[in-house]
Design a protein around this ligand. Structure first.
Ligand code: FES
Length: 74
C-alpha cells in the first residue's frame, strides 16, 4: 500500500463479485464479440459481471455516484 492511500483495510469497490479470487481478471477477444456493442461493468454491482446488467443505475441513484459501463465495439 502506497503512502497517501487512505482506503481502510478491508474496504474496496467490489462488494461481492468472485471474492474467492485473489484478483478478478477477465479477458475479452474483441474479434469474438457477438454484438456490435458490448457493455462491460465498471461499478462491480452487475449480476452478470463482467457484463453490465444496468445495476449501475440503482447504485448511482442510491449513492450519488456517476459510474457506467465500458462499451466495447466489435
Ligand atoms: Fe456495472 Fe452497469 S452494471 S456498469
Amino acid at each position: 500500500r502506497a503512502d497517501g492511500d487512505t482506503a481502510a483495510a478491508g474496504s474496496g469497490i467490489n462488494p461481492a463479485i468472485r471474492k474467492e479470487e485473489a484478483k478478478v481478471v477477465d479477458t475479452v477477444l474483441a474479434g469474438e464479440l457477438s454484438k456490435p456493442l458490448t457493455p462491460y461493468c465498471r461499478c462491480w454491482r452487475s449480476g452478470t459481471f463482467p457484463l453490465c446488467d444496468g445495476s449501475h443505475v440503482k447504485h448511482n441513484k442510491a449513492t450519488g455516484d456517476n459510474v457506467g459501463p465500458l462499451l466495447v465495439k466489435k
